[in-house]
Design a protein around this ligand. Sequence first.
Ligand code: G3P
Ligand code: CA
Length: 338
Amino acid sequence: MAKRLAGFIILIIALFFLFVAVLLLLNPSGKRKEICRNHGIPFGAVIAHRGASYYAPEETEPAYLLARDMGADYLEVDVQRTKDGVLVALHDDTLERTTNVASVFPGREKDPIETFTFAEVRRLDAGSWFNAKYPHKARPKFAGVKILSLEEVLRIAKGGVHKPGVYIEIKSPKRFPNIVQQLVNMLERLGWTIGGDETHTANGIVRVGTSRGRIILQSFDPDCVAEFVHFAPQIPRVYLYGSDDVETMGWKAIINTARRLSAGCGPSGYVATPFKNKNAHDARLFVHVYTINKRWQAQLISLFGADGFFTDRPDMMLEFYGRIPSDTIENILTKHGY
Ligand code: G3P
Ligand code: CA
């Protein structure tokens, strides 16, 4: 009986190692590192999703300062536009979930961001909702934080020691005519699209320098990704897709679109399967998976071939990749007056 049990355990262990070996053969890390390196993108990229948004109100100054000073590779930002043409960091179409718009502008809480001027948007408190929803993470100074312009997010990325890149998603591009051209013009004006330095380290991580790979453009809309190609062919781009997209379009159409646009793949966690990732890598496209906040998920999806992760918890992801966050959450927030 004991012998049988031992045999069974050995079989399970052998199958496990066989499974891992097959996964590693499907998406070999050497090839993936090279693909990332060719774009100037760190292999094992830590992308702070809406900033370090697990710990501070999403897309606001404290969330981005936290991510930057922990040492995340990228600050992720969702971009939309106000009535008077200012590009701002906001995820939802409306201000209802993440601001006090209902009390400042009663009756306008369901109105989209493009019906508000930037001055109006700046009157809103974009932090108190976080304190109310997450009392255990609340901080008095989060109350009253403002919605940021994209220019301010870029300025945060340029400050500090780590100089993260900025990973810019155009939200609902059809609602904002010419937004890609406007964005690229801004990046050029602010010096974010000029060639610059980068360093390759022994473990394959590229420390992002001043430009190549320091900006990545992303969208769920293939027409928008095509505009990235048109207006900024030199900037790496990512085609995002979730399980709904795979269901409605079919995987072949998605991977063919990514190939046609030479766009990295941005699948949601459930969609990042080993064979799909292999299709991407065979087309020399990198794979950045959203939004992963648990270490075991990062472990599994890494084996499946993810080259980096969007995460609300960049400190966790840095540690997952064997990198040490530069400072604690408490220290960073306190240092910046939060
Ligand atoms: O941009 C990657 C990921 O952020 C897409 O999802 O809805 O959080 O913007 P969402
Ligand atoms: Ca996003």
